[in-house]
Design a protein. Structure first.
Length: 101
């Protein structure tokens, strides 16, 4: 099996990240009838790449981006013991790499 590595997403990855975003939305469309049928956008990817509290990560295999995800640091509710937590999202993996260890 080829080695899979991860790295921080870069501006040059935007085209692939936008395609992955549509993959995430298409996967969710059957569960949310309120989504528009045409291309819809969840994320401001350009802003996310530069925000200090968000980290987009991509997975690569043979110099091809095959997956993505992000962590966004958020303030916790005042009644919780911790002051911050990470929200994880934008998780996408190319079809041919799904289910592989």
């Amino acid at each position: 099996m080829e080695q899979i590595t991860t790295r921080k997403a870069l501006a040059r990855d935007l085209e692939t990240l936008r395609r992955f975003e549509q993959g995430v939305i298409n996967a969710e469309r059957p569960f949310d009838v309120t989504l528009k049928p045409a291309d819809t956008y969840y994320y401001d990817l350009e802003k996310m790449l530069t925000d200090s509290h968000i980290e987009i990560v991509v997975a690569e295999c043979s110099d091809k981006i095959i997956g993505s995800g992000y962590a966004r640091i958020e303030s916790a509710k005042l009644y919780l013991k911790h002051s911050q937590h990470a929200y994880l999202g934008f998780m996408y993996v190319e079809d041919e790499f799904r289910g592989k260890a």
